[in-house]
Design a protein around this ligand. Sequence first.
Ligand code: NAD
Length: 329
Amino acid sequence: MRSLSAFIVKNKFSAVFLMCDENTLRCCVPYIVRECPVLKDAEIIEIESGEASKCIDVCQGIWKTLAEYGTDRQALIINLGGGVVSDLGGFCASVYKRGISFINIPTSLLAMADASVGGKTAIDFEGIKNLIGTFTMPRAVFVNPLFLDTLPEREFNNGMAELFKIALVTDKQFWKDLTGKKFTPAFIEKSISLKNAIVSEDPYDNGKRLVLNYGHTVGHAIEATDPSLILHGEAVVAGMMIENNIAVKKKILKPATALAINGFLSNFYSKVLPRFNPSDLIEFLENDKKRSGGVHKLSLLTAVGHCRTGVTAKTADIIAAAETYLSEI
Ligand SMILES: NC(=O)c1ccc[n+]([C@@H]2O[C@H](COP(=O)([O-])OP(=O)(O)OC[C@H]3O[C@@H](n4cnc5c(N)ncnc54)[C@H](O)[C@@H]3O)[C@@H](O)[C@H]2O)c1
């Protein structure tokens, strides 16, 4: 946290806002203010925890607060929280006065390993995940695994989903480590470096970065069926399993590989794997912002550590693969 203090002092921001939700306000703000006394005068902006806060109404409240404080372009927003806080806070900062500085201090595993890095900010709109957003890099990301001490177990496992995903699409050895060894903060570092390598090659999601979408086309649709009950990572796990079924059907992934991955994931997430009515996915799949010409372009595994982007599939193919998933869990 010393580097955080140094960063704030060095940049002489005109004002500093600390964005958090009620959980990170309780569990993380006291620690950060103690470790970084320069933050004791920061204005706290508290949002309600949960995906529902990633919406335009909450943005309006934040922009109103910034305007009421007479916030200028030299101000800083610190997003102290999970992916909801960093997606929302990053989005609000990226358009307020055409963009003010923000940094991310991720406090959930999912945000540490994935959401806080890569520069995607977003809110949900009209029931569609991440429909409105920007590509804006945070000025810095400060990762401190100590915050994981207060993270509930279900949220921790939710974050593991994004680590499993990045390993599956890029690095067979990392997948072996994740599935065979005890968790260590080194896994977070590895995940960030793998993601950064991809993002630096394709910051705007037009090519290589699409591999990160593995599990997400279907996962987002599953999450949208009940965002208040299904966590993002849990939906992505189901999405990865269903997309593996599609890859097998398309004969680009060996059935034995899909069986091994799906077997591991369904065991790891046995109690929380989403169950849903497959026909409920249709509306969300048809609205997918990445869909074009009536077909979905999926990022599918061809082997552990290898992913092929732009594989076309119809909504009906996805529904059939979802039915297989539901019959297997
Ligand atoms: N921008 C990206 O690249 C990207 C990537 C992946 C996911 N996301 C987004 O991230 C969001 C999910 O992120 P998330 O899983 O972190 O959800 P979240 O922000 O809702 O956090 C999960 C829960 O954990 C609590 N929490 C967080 N840190 C805590 C701590 N240290 N101690 C106690 N409680 C704590 C939060 O209050 C919340 O209740 C989704 O909206 C998803 O779309 C974005």
